[in-house]
Design a protein around this ligand. Sequence first.
Ligand SMILES: [Zn+2]
Length: 316
Amino acid sequence: MKILSCFSDIKEIKPLAAAGAGELYCAVAGLPSFGEPGSLPDLGEFAKAARAAHRLGLKVSVAVNSVMPSFTPGKETRLVKDLAAASAAGADAFIVSNPSIIELLSQVQPRPAAVHLSSVQPCFNSLTAAFFLRLGVSRIILPNQLSPYEAHKILELCRERGVETEIFDYRFFGCAYVNGRCSLHRPGYYTAAAAVQKGSMCRLNLPGSLPVPRTVGVVPELKYKLGGVTGRLADRLGRGGAPRMSNAASFFDYFTAGVGYLKYGTRRDPSEVKVRKVKDMRAMLGLAEELTAALSAGKARAGFIEKLEGWDGTKY
Ligand SMILES: [Zn+2]
């Protein structure tokens, strides 16, 4: 398993590689990616970044994974030109979500090396995976809501077809709902803006301090249920950390299932946090490798989960 890290500044490339990143990705302003902050300013800067990455032997992908890109004919022509420019500048892959962008990429000459399916186009079953493979996708980035058991047919299909697979580091990324479809990332949809210091409403890092949700017009005979409901809501929204499906156990199972890439993708993290997180991922991966080499499958899994339980996420 290789670590794939985001970067948002050329200066981050060297320290990320030294920390253990084996591949990189970025967004470029003007290309329609999901979540705008943390993009390189232009294609000229991307060309320099791609050269810097390649000098270190790292591939670099570009996110063009906007869920709902909108085009005028003029914009479309411009985008095909920009995609061709990014490809010529050294993009090893494009991360896409909307099939319309895959179609535009097919007009790019020479044909870009690889197309990766973004997790914001959640691929939840092998039939969906097969659809995207027919469109030419060569790597599937799995959504965090999918457990390894639920993903086993997708993984099998990808193995058969020689298609790569990728997961996110559950500790550093993840919408509690369906990423890409969740509106709780947009401050326009909630009023608790003061409580949301960074990040989004669906993954607050405020254990225990979320205000109790106000209730309106509750049927009196159901009032006794309110404590449990508000408790669950506060737990789900206020706990921070990983979405429920995504945890040390699911990481370990994906690891042993042979998923090839582990992604860290919080582009707006400061450079030093990015480097720290990649080092931490390298250490986690090292632990998984070490335990599987030394112990039986069950013991390695248990040991891994036990160790990760002591991990302190608040230091980030
Ligand atoms: Zn969300």
